[in-house]
Design a protein around this ligand. Structure first.
Ligand SMILES: Cc1cc2nc3c(=O)[nH]c(=O)nc-3n(C[C@H](O)[C@H](O)[C@H](O)COP(=O)(O)OP(=O)(O)OC[C@H]3O[C@@H](n4cnc5c(N)ncnc54)[C@H](O)[C@@H]3O)c2cc1C
Length: 553
């Protein structure tokens, strides 16, 4: 995947996608598979904003059950299944334990009834998956002792039993987004990170491209396209408000997560807080999750009104304290203190209308495709937003179906439900892992091979081709991480990194468990500096960029 500003500048595209989060990524992959010519730009790194700030769940929609939105439940459950086909290496199932208590609404009978209905709605989902290891495991009733077996390190008070169901979780949502974008690029899409769309180019009532800026060099240029798709997430209004009469996004809420020392080993747990939610059938307050992730625990989320700078969304000390206190009070004991919090992050929910309460989590999962030609007679502009990470593929399918009518080309039908991304073209993930362990056992440790398959899928072979070129690149970047030097070279050459933090946070997850230490950061910086010929001043700036992520740690 090469960053070609000159291609962006000189070619005329069928569609130009603004935004390389999961929505833009799925749009690019869908459009290129239909036979359209595609460009995609992002003003930061791919997947660096909301799409990296989620709970990383590809969830089966169980939360919509409480809201009585059965169609949404099924939609989400099916989309979760399609992700297993597209990128089986990047997803895994985690048991989610929901404890039951004495009160009627939190009783095991309510839980069983809910799970039974959920099972009915999801009927047939596994028929879409040939690989048995990727099929969604069934839910189970738990007695009190079994609840304790799933989460032995947590002492739960007043629990009468519970249920366990399975959710799909991503080790790296950043690499998932990248996988869609790089797959689109392999098929001919012209993609570039650190390119901002500053304004629309208009001819009368038609939008025919954007005035763009290369953030790396400062160069200003134009990109021409028959149709511009605004998939800029929370930033959509910054571009659209110049044109649109009706405001689309009227408010924002912020959601924060913390990454802590490991609290549970293999299972996630849903705990009830005292915060309000919008459920019709309410088990108490909003849930907070403790999810096992990268040998740590991922805890989220908060939900608060947000009116500050969209380009500097941080989990603050207040957010961190709120999450610690949610967990400690839900468990009735102080299992979390500040020392156990290693990292934190936050993202933004764009909200659709003024009626929405920015302090009460809605989680409705509603998405929108706005054709501005129909809405306000502006041709050549479509805005796409509001999908969850889980439903972004479906939103892209619907958006491109709609767009396809505008082109005089004969386009193929949507391929993205069943066509694996090239890095995920693995028919049996268990066998594949075994095969790679045996193929590379003389070169790399078991842990590194497992890690590379999980994060890169079939591209593990490309990383190993770098190791064949230079055997010293098989060295681990530090004793604390399975990542190796070849990944740095691979990222620089094939994965369009422009900065050190692109590598530390998004091509790998090294930075997401707390500051990885000067030695590792300097080592990666040195390798990249040799590759990109960065001078001393640039190297210092790159380290500063990395350290900015830890201003609250
Ligand atoms: C706290 C939280 C937890 C969540 N948890 C989950 C979950 O567990 N599961 C789930 O399914 N969903 C979850 N979601 C929802 C999900 O994360 C988002 O719906 C999804 O990531 C939105 O993706 P996007 O591509 O639309 O937006 P973004 O990821 O924000 O992408 C928009 C991109 O546009 C770029 N951009 C903006 N302006 C410009 C411009 N002018 N020029 C060029 N590029 C531009 C930005 O840099 C950005 O990368 C969660 C959301 C939050 C906030």
């Amino acid at each position: 995947m090469q960053r070609s500003i000159s291609s962006l500048e000189t070619e005329k595209f069928d569609i130009l996608i603004i935004g390389g989060g999961i929505t833009g990524a799925c749009l690019a992959w869908d459009a290129i598979n239909r036979g359209l010519t595609v460009a995609l730009i992002d003003k930061t790194d791919f997947g660096a904003e909301t799409s990296s700030a989620s709970s990383k769940l590809l969830h089966g929609g169980i939360r919509y059950l409480q809201q009585g939105k059965f169609g949404k439940v099924r939609e989400s459950a099916l989309e979760r299944v399609y992700y297993q086909k597209l990128a089986p290496h990047l997803t895994r199932y985690i048991p989610f334990v929901v404890p039951a208590y004495q009160s009627l609404l939190k009783s095991k009978w309510m839980l069983y009834a809910g799970m039974f209905v959920y099972q009915l709605i999801c009927l047939g989902q596994n028929a879409h998956l040939k690989d048995k290891a990727k099929q969604v495991p069934g839910w189970k009733v738990l007695n009190k002792a079994q609840v304790a077996e799933y989460v032995p390190d947590i002492e739960l008070q007043g629990v009468t039993g519970g249920v366990v169901f399975f959710e799909s979780h991503m080790q790296s949502s950043e690499r998932m987004t990248l996988a869609f974008i790089s797959s689109a690029a392999k098929k001919g899409a012209v993609v570039a990170n650190y390119v901002s769309a500053d304004s629309f180019i208009r001819k009368g009532n038609r939008v025919c491209g954007v005035n763009a800026r290369d953030i790396v060099t400062g160069k200003q240029f134009t990109i021409s396209a028959a149709c511009v798709v605004n998939a800029a997430g929370p930033w959509i209004p910054l571009l659209n408000d110049v044109l649109a009469k009706d405001k689309l996004v009227t408010a924002f809420s912020k959601g924060a997560h913390i990454v802590t020392e490991k609290i549970t080993e293999n299972a996630a747990i849903a705990l009830t807080t005292k915060k309000q939610n919008t459920a019709i059938i309410n088990r108490g307050g909003r849930h907070v999750f403790i999810i096992p992730w990268r040998n740590h625990s991922l805890i989220g989320t908060t939900y608060d009104a947000y009116a500050d700078d969209l380009n500097d969304v941080q989990a603050t000390e207040d957010d961190i304290n709120e999450l610690m206190s949610d967990i400690n009070s839900a468990l009735g004991q102080k299992i979390l203190n500040r020392d156990k919090v290693k990292y934190s992050y936050a993202g933004i929910y764009p909200l659709i209308d003024n009626e929405i309460n920015t302090r009460v989590y809605q989680g409705t999962g509603e998405y929108q495709i706005i054709d501005h030609e129909e809405k306000e007679h502006i041709e050549g502009l479509v805005t796409v937003f509001g999908a969850k990470y889980t439903t972004a593929r479906l939103l892209a399918e619907k958006a491109i179906n709609r767009l396809a009518l505008k082109f005089r080309k004969k386009l193929t039908s949507c391929q993205t439900r069943n066509t694996p991304l090239p890095c995920g073209d693995i028919s049996d993930i268990v066998e594949y892992r075994k095969m790679k362990q045996s193929q590379y056992k003389d070169v790399l440790s078991k842990e590194t091979i497992e890690h590379l398959v999980t994060h890169y899928g079939t591209e593990i072979d490309k990383i190993l081709s770098y190791v064949r070129q230079n055997s010293s690149w098989s060295r681990c970047l530090s004793d604390d991480f399975p990542d190796i030097e070849a990944q740095v070279i691979y990222a620089a050459e094939q994965e369009m990194i422009c900065h050190l933090d692109d590598f530390i946070f998004r091509r790998t997850g090294i930075g997401t468990l707390g500051y990885p230490g000067d030695e590792l950061v300097t080592r990666c910086n040195r390798i990249l500096s040799e590759y990109f010929s960065w001078d001393e001043q640039r190297q210092l700036l790159e380290v500063e960029r990395v350290k900015k992520y830890y201003q609250y740690h």
